[in-house]
Design a protein around this ligand. Structure first.
Ligand SMILES: Nc1ncnc2c1ncn2[C@@H]1O[C@H](COP(=O)(O)OP(=O)(O)OP(=O)(O)O)[C@@H](O)[C@H]1O
Ligand SMILES: [Mg+2]
Length: 468
């Protein structure tokens, strides 16, 4: 069942119940009011008549005085008046009913004969309509000598009550109809937003990540639309990153493979025509294979970091030695590129608690970037100094290279983010480095000025700060 039907259905059910209860209460009240009123009038008349009899006629013979009494009693009463003997026999009747018949069949008469006021409501056999009757004993001293009976037809009252009930029921129905119409309109505003959301969600599910849900109201559904849109935006961004990543990785894989393939072909043909450049070719094939392995390792590391499978194997690490070794390892490449590579470690550096291989990976990533973006004649400095106030060490890798535009700075550590340049790379280096530093409870910060150079700062806690 649609949500619209459910909403309207529940509106209707609630209002229908309320209207039915209300109408039922009103009809009962009207009913009670009318019949009670008639009863009150009858009883009043009967009481008045009985006390009148007691005052002025108690010594007279009832049977003889009956016609006079009847005249007096029916003077102010529109209905039927009867005088009944103590034996329950009809003596006089204002509607012309033949006297003589026994009235003991009526409950009110029997009660009056027993000395109490009696009330009866039922079908009158003569007129064949519903009537209400009140009988009152006529007393002489404490002896019941007869009864006076007031009877009135309920036909008119019944009709009035029926009309009022019809009006009430009709009004109730109109109210229900109006509420139903309003409910349909109101539910449309809700279902419209839901339908809009559903439509947008379906489009997104179908791969149209550019689809957006329209926010109609500032309520929960509006918030849901916002969430959906944020989600779609993220999916879109990830989708774009994934595509960029695939194309850059394929490109990265392709260039070493092309070069390996090229050299294999060269070696084959040069062997045929006798010019052997074996040494040079194998060197290049080896370095290209290393590049491929490096790239694949980077991808594996990345996936490990992503799902938290990377575990550090930490030991005490002396930074001065460590940085010296890295400097030595990269100096040949720096010399080849005509770049000066300096390592300046302060005398007394705190020992840190780190995973040597992972930190080496970080340093090589950062130095690779520095070497990649620095021109011939530039300088790269590795600087290490204690930051005693914080019980940590700062390692800075500073180059005099291209620098990074300000608007790119916040994106650098995002995975697969590459600046707008033609130099190779998968855009994972900084992202992986930052995560490794963070696993060491450290911090990585990048300062850069376009055209002047870049400085990457790594803060690592010293071994004293190690949580045990
Ligand atoms: N020292 C630097 N000088 C100028 N730009 C830099 C420097 N280091 C990083 N960048 C910019 O930051 C981007 C991201 O660097 P990152 O190391 O994450 O990726 P990459 O070097 O492009 O690829 P990879 O390191 O995976 O081979 C680079 O593409 C470059 O635009
Ligand atoms: Mg890099």
């Amino acid at each position: 069942m649609g949500i619209r039907k459910r909403l309207v259905g529940s509106y209707l059910l609630v209002i229908l119940t309320a209207v039915i209860i209300l109408v039922a209460i009103l009809i009962t009240a009207v009913n009670y009011y009318y019949y009670h009123n008639i009863e009150r009038i009858l009883v009043q008349q009967a009481e008045l008549s009985a006390s009148f009899y007691e005052q002025y006629f108690k010594d007279a013979d009832l049977e003889q005085q009956a016609p006079h009494l009847l005249q007096g009693f029916s003077h102010h009463f529109a209905g039927q008046v009867q005088i009944i003997s103590s034996a329950g026999r009809l003596l006089e009747d204002s509607s012309g009913l033949q006297p003589g018949q026994s009235m003991l069949g009526y409950l009110d008469v029997r009660k009056a004969a027993a000395g109490k006021a009696g009330l009866w409501r039922g079908l009158d056999p003569a007129a064949e309509e519903e009537v209400m009757a009140v009988s009152y004993p006529l007393l002489t001293g404490s002896k019941v000598v007869g009864a006076v009976r007031f009877v009135t037809s309920l036909q008119e009252t019944k009709e009035t009550v029926r009309q009022i009930a019809a009006i009430l029921i009709g009004t109730g129905l109109i109210v229900v109809l109006i509420v139903a119409a309003v409910g349909v309109l109101l539910s449309r505003t809700i279902t419209q937003s839901i339908t809009g959301l559903k439509h947008a969600a379906e489009q997104i599910a179908d791969g149209d990540y550019g689809a957006r849900a329209e926010k109609q109201y500032d309520d929960e559904l509006g918030a849901l639309a916002d969430t959906l849109n944020v989600m779609a935006g993220k999916i879109q961004q990830h989708d774009r990153l994934k595509n960029d990543f695939i194309s850059s990785v394929s490109h990265e894989l392709r260039s070493p493979l092309t070069s390996i393939k090229g050299w294999v072909v060269t070696l084959k043909t040069s062997r045929l025509n006798g010019k052997v450049r074996l040494e040079e070719g194998l060197d290049i094939i080896e370095s290209e294979a290393d590049r491929l392995t490096g790239l694949v390792d980077e991808l594996l590391d990345f996936s490990k970091l992503e799902d938290g499978r990377m575990v550090l194997s930490r030991s005490p690490l002396h930074l001065a030695d460590f940085l010296g070794r890295i400097g030595q390892q990269l100096r040949p490449r720096a010399e080849r590129q005509g770049i000066l590579l300096e390592v300046k470690a302060a005398e007394r550096l705190p020992v840190i608690w780190g995973d040597e291989n992972r930190l080496k990976q970080v340093m090589i990533n950062l130095l690779d970037n520095a070497l990649k973006f620095t021109e011939r004649g530039g300088t790269i400095t590795i600087l290490a100094r204690p930051d005693e106030a914080e019980a940590r060490v700062v390692v800075a890798i500073k180059d005099t290279g291209a620098g990074i535009p300000k608007d790119e700075l916040p994106n650098l550590t995002q995975k697969f983010y590459k600046g707008n340049h033609k130099r190779g790379g998968s855009g994972l280096g900084l992202s992986i480095s930052e995560q490794i530093v963070r696993l060491h409870q450290g911090q990585l910060k990048i300062h850069s000025e376009l055209g002047k150079g870049t400085e990457v700062l790594i803060y690592l806690p010293s071994i004293e700060a190690r949580p045990e």
